[in-house]
Design a protein around this ligand. Structure first.
Ligand code: CP
Length: 314
């Protein structure tokens, strides 16, 4: 593996998950593989799980880690050929070249602006770092993707599924803020790659890009979608028809015990952080069927197997 920016960087997802499960049984087995190498994490946005799990994963491989909050760096210019006489003090070409000379591996979180879908989906920050840093790059959540989260989610489903092709439902849920489509996109794409029975449920106007959902079954009614589901994954994402907006008034979409009762004793999933009693009721997220803490714990092994594969590639 050279980079981990999207599902396209994975050669065989099933064998990657098997390797992750083996590593999970003996997480310090490769504690010297990253010695004398540095992983640099750049965060343009807040994080709890991604930051900590990636640092822990790196430590277990012997890597040195430096984490930089980019809100304390110079304002970055992205535009090719820009006349930089305004607020932006450093071009991303220069910044990427510098960090590429300081580290052996780079990982970047850069959320979308949620103003223009085509700009967000072109992932200008991630792509510029990949182009100009000249070292392996991990995507820690970008304009359209969150592949480390999705890999952790697949590891979680694989460890808990009771049938080879579980019914997995990705359901839109309300939220007071407008959120990226990244988690939902990657979750759908990874489910399709796993060949699960994939269903996506959302209000009209919130369709995800076909690149990610492919031929998943689409529902606009949660009760219908939840019937006999083995896994329910709740997530808010921005409207697509009115990109950058969010119909928070649609509180009927919150996931509660009544809806979960329609499932096949289904597990409840969410990537966290979650707005309790907005996205999901306390009773559901605190129930024995909630696996949100397992997903969060699996963020470590997801990051660790990806870092290990990149290090092995030299
Ligand atoms: N799920 C996730 O990416 O969490 P953080 O935003 O806290 O990293």
């Amino acid at each position: 593996m050279n980079h981990f920016c999207s599902i396209k960087d994975i050669e065989n997802i099933k064998s990657l998950i098997e390797d992750a499960q083996k590593l999970q049984a003996n997480p310090w087995a490769f504690k010297n593989i990253g010695l004398q190498k540095t992983l640099l994490l750049l965060f343009y946005n807040s994080s709890l799980r991604t930051h900590l799990s990636t640092e822990i994963a790196a430590q277990r491989l012997g890597l040195s880690v430096i984490t930089k909050n980019m809100s304390t760096a110079w304002n970055i210019e992205l535009k090719e050929g820009a006349v930089m006489d305004q607020q932006n003090a450093e071009h991303i070409k220069d910044a990427a070249g510098v960090v590429g000379s300081y580290a052996d591996l780079l990982a970047v979180r850069a959320f979308p602006s949620l103003k223009d879908k085509s700009i967000d989906y072109s992932e200008p920050i991630i792509n510029a770092y990949q182009k100009y840093a000249g070292i392996p790059l991990l995507n820690l959540e970008s304009g359209a993707r969150h592949p480390l989260q999705a890999l952790a989610d697949m590891i979680s489903i694989e460890s808990l599924k009771k049938k080879s092709k579980p019914k997995v439902v990705l359901s839109w849920a309300p939220h007071p803020k407008v959120l990226p489509q990244s988690v939902a996109n990657s979750f759908a794409a990874f489910n399709n790659a796993m060949d699960y029975d994939v269903h996506v449920c959302h209000p009209e106007g919130y369709a995800l890009d076909v690149e990610f959902v492919k031929d998943a079954k689409i529902h606009h009614n949660q009760e219908e979608a939840f019937k006999d589901a083995d896994f329910i994954y709740a997530k808010n994402w921005s409207s697509t028809e009115q990109y950058g907006t969010n119909n928070f008034n649609d509180k009927d979409w919150m996931i509660d015990e009544e809806k979960m009762a329609l499932t096949n004793d289904g597990k409840f999933m969410h990537c966290l952080p979650v707005r309790r009693n907005v996205v999901v009721s306390d009773k559901v997220i605190d129930s024995k069927n909630s696996i949100t803490q397992i997903q969060a714990a699996n963020r470590i092994i997801a990051a660790q197997i990806v870092l290990k594969k990149i290090l092995e590639n030299g």
